[in-house]
Design a protein around this ligand. Structure first.
Ligand SMILES: [Cu+2]
Length: 345
């Protein structure tokens, strides 16, 4: 259907061009002078400019309206509200500038088409005019950049000194794994040399914080808590992208990146907000990292604190305690699994 439409437009245009050629030849044969012919061409060109402006503007407003439902819903994080505000200010400035320049461009092409009775006005330069169109955009752009940088510093400074709920996001081709710190609130150190089938993140079992670390294939966060994502990659550069929280940070092999934020709406609240009972948050990989990149994602849920505690208790430990499937590991068992791990390496 779309191809048919495109073909119709292409052939339609070709027919019009041929018709115009025929008309030009006909007028030449009938003895009309060249000047009249030029005038007619100018007139049609100027009408074309005006039509393009009007059709273009109508199409633009139509598309903005038609695709509005595909935009992200309100931000589900605290800093996201500020990012959205900044984004909106950018859009307003861009939109006003776009409208003024395009309307003037095409309207002037229509209004000031060649007129043999009009002489053009000549002036060499105008310093005042040049100063205006240099100074105003400079001030506007500089203030946009400065406010953006300030906002970014606020968001990332928090990451440096934050004492939040630490969750490691471990990316590899092609999935994410989350690790929670457990009761001791500290993530045990990891080493890629320790990675094997039973220890996919290479957690160092000799670390005193290792016993209660928990791994999960789903990112569950309590509403209202400061979350500190500790981000690592096993192979290539990935990106941790949580569009609904306005969070994005690269996962870089060989280094740790961080992002701190505070979720402000549970999944249930967002379902109400979007009037979509099937709404789910999602974490996506936002770097083209290989053949299955398109499918690299992780389900995300935000719940109330009590529900989060319940959920956390039910998750498997990185180093499961023999005869037990849930939390409550002791240091002794961590040491036992340490021996196991070093034995397998
Ligand atoms: Cu990826």
């Amino acid at each position: 259907m779309n191809i048919l439409l495109i073909l119709a437009v292409v052939f339609g245009t070709l027919v019009l061009v041929r018709l115009a050629n025929v008309a030009a030849i006909a007028s030449k044969l009938s003895g009309e002078n060249e000047e009249a012919e030029q005038e007619s061409a100018n007139r049609w060109n100027s009408i074309g400019m005006l039509t393009f402006l009007i059709v273009g503007l109508i199409t633009m407003f139509y598309l903005i309206n038609a695709y509005a439902p595909l935009m992200l819903p309100v931000s589900a994080s605290e800093h996201g509200v500020a990012i959205d505000e900044l984004m909106n200010i950018n859009w307003i400035v861009l939109f006003i500038t776009f409208l003024i320049t395009q309307i003037l461009l095409f309207f002037f092409a229509f209004k000031y088409k060649f007129n043999k009775n009009r002489r053009s006005f000549y002036f060499h330069d105008n310093n005042k005019l040049e100063a205006i169109w240099t100074v105003i955009p400079t001030i506007v752009l500089a203030s946009l950049i400065v406010t953006g940088l300030q906002e970014w510093n606020d968001i990332t400074n928090k990451s440096d000194k934050m004492e939040g709920l630490k969750i490691q996001i471990y990316a590899k081709q092609f999935d994410f794994t989350a690790r929670y710190a457990g009761d001791d609130k500290n993530l045990a150190r990891t080493n890629f040399r320790l990675i094997n089938d039973v220890n996919p993140l290479g957690v160092d079992s000799l670390d005193k914080y290792a016993a209660d670390d928990i791994i999960s294939k789903e990112l569950v966060m309590p509403k209202g808590a400061e979350i500190e994502l500790v981000i690592n990659s096993r192979d290539v550069i990935h990106s941790v992208y949580l569009p609904h929280f306005r969070v994005q940070m690269n996962a870089v092999p060989g280094m740790t990146t961080r992002f701190s934020f505070k979720p402000t709406m549970t999944t249930a609240e967002m379902q109400k907000e979007t009037k979509n009972p099937k709404f789910e948050y999602v974490m996506l990989c936002n770097k083209v990292c290989g053949v299955a990149h398109y499918n690299m994602k992780m389900p995300v849920r935000v719940v109330e604190m009590a529900e989060y505690q319940e959920w956390l208790k039910a998750q498997p430990l990185v180093f499961p305690v023999a005869g037990e499937s849930t939390a409550g590991a002791s240091t002794a068992t961590a040491e036992a699994s340490a021996t196991m791990t070093s034995g397998t390496n």
